[in-house]
Design a protein around this ligand. Structure first.
Ligand code: CTP
Length: 400
């Protein structure tokens, strides 16, 4: 199972802005994710980053001129590339290209190509803040949105010109995420998906806590995949180092009790609940008000059991499709099946943790899906993004 972008034909349109250097990084990211990328650039883009860079990174000739006498097929490039593209990204999109595209002006290779495009287009405007906020640019961007294109908000901060404000090109991973979303089938449209992710922290004193090595990557992958598939997603997240996924409502929690409160508040109108968080099973009976000093030779902590959130969801659920996880170090089948039945789940994702390519902190996972009818579906090792989509494929198949 590959990611959504794998094998897709993407055309990257690069215009002449300082952010063109980031386009090279975006191109690298797209090809790393298995996309076949062609670059169409303006002459001015070449003043910032030369075509050789884009050709080396894409492994294909870049197109700058439709009247290149040394290339016999140059004059039909714009039509051929437009017909074969699954997605187009214009990054950076300068004020000039935004204006041309909004008004249908075709006076260079990229603007001519854009008029022939029928697949989804992501426009990433990047320019000086005053230029970006100017009425003509805003008007033109509104026109592009009305035409059905996805216009990404530029980042705000200090720009290369020294101005502080909106105008910088969003980071390449965000552009990739939005493009991927645009190209994903919307089979969870109109559904609310509630996901929990990451570890919990059970405080011992103001500077110490009990936790586990969960990175949150699996849960964040499920949340992103559900958003890409059109769901309205709420992510209840324990402390992680991961970036906030776009277009997802994030509720940040620390302890298992905080996670329980957030989950119960959100569960009512959820259609699907995926509990991938590694919840702390015990909390310290009494959290010390001040830092515990190392005066004693031995220290005993008294722990009390936290409520099992998933178990409570299994008891309270009405129409919600409930997916649990089972992180095991042995006897995966038995333990996963036992949790599936005991917690009244519709599916459980079992994985052996503590393996180099599976479990806590890794980018890949090897899991087996277990169902209430006794079926087990072992999956091969794959990226957590791909695992997330398979979980949601199975959920969608059973939701109907
Ligand atoms: N879970 C939960 N609340 C808890 C403990 C676990 O909601 N207090 C959920 C996890 O989010 C996961 C599932 O229960 O979806 C299984 O978690 P796991 O740690 O594998 O199992 P436990 O139920 O804690 O059982 P054990 O520790 O005995 O293996």
């Amino acid at each position: 199972m590959k990611t959504t972008i794998h094998g897709k034909n993407i055309v990257l349109g690069v215009c002449g802005g300082i952010a063109a250097y980031k386009s090279a990084e975006l191109l690298r990211l797209l090809t790393k994710n298995g996309a076949s990328v062609r670059v169409m650039m303006t002459r001015n883009a070449g003043a910032f980053v030369g075509p050789v860079t884009f050709e080396a990174l894409s492994g294909k000739p870049a197109c700058i001129d439709l009247f290149d006498r040394t290339d016999p097929d140059a004059s039909i490039r714009h039509i051929e590339w437009a017909q074969e593209a699954h997605g187009v990204v214009i990054a950076p999109a300068t004020a000039s290209m935004v204006a041309k595209y909004a008004h249908g002006l075709a006076d260079d290779a990229l603007s001519t190509f854009l008029l022939a495009v029928t697949c989804p287009v992501v426009v990433c405007p990047s320019m000086n803040t005053d230029m970006y906020l100017s009425p003509p640019v805003q008007r033109n961007l509104e026109m592009l949105k009305a035409d059905g294109h996805l216009v990404l908000e530029p980042g705000a901060g200090e720009l290369a010109c020294g101005t502080v404000g909106p105008g910088s090109l969003p980071e390449p991973p965000l552009i990739l995420d939005r493009l991927t979303s645009l190209l994903t089938r919307k089979d969870l449209e109109g559904r609310k998906v509630l996901v929990t992710a990451g570890p919990t922290r059970e405080p011992i004193d103001p500077v110490r806590f009990i936790t586990n090595p969960s990175s949150g990557k699996m849960g964040y992958a499920v949340a992103r995949a559900a958003e890409h598939r059109g769901a309205s997603v709420v992510l209840v997240s324990g402390p992680t180092c991961l970036d906030d996924p776009p277009n997802i409502r994030i509720v940040r929690v620390r302890t298992a009790q905080e996670m329980a409160r957030a989950v119960f508040e959100e569960m009512g109108d959820a259609d699907v609940i995926v509990k991938s968080a590694a919840v702390g099973d015990y909390r310290v009976r009494e959290t010390a008000a001040h830092k515990i000093k190392k005066t004693a030779d031995e220290l005993t902590l008294s722990l009390v059991k936290n409520d099992d959130i998933l178990m409570a969801l299994g008891e309270r659920k009405t129409r919600q499709f409930l997916v649990g996880f089972a992180a095991e170090t042995r006897d995966l089948q038995e333990n996963a099946r036992e949790k599936l039945a005991r917690k009244n789940l519709d599916m459980i994702v079992g994985n052996l943790v503590g393996q180099p390519s599976s479990g806590f902190g890794t980018d890949t996972n090897r899991v087996t899906l277990f169902y209430p009818d006794g079926q087990a579906e072992p999956l091969e090792e794959m990226e957590k993004d791909a695992v997330a989509h398979i979980i949601l494929d199975r959920v969608c198949g059973r939701l109907a």
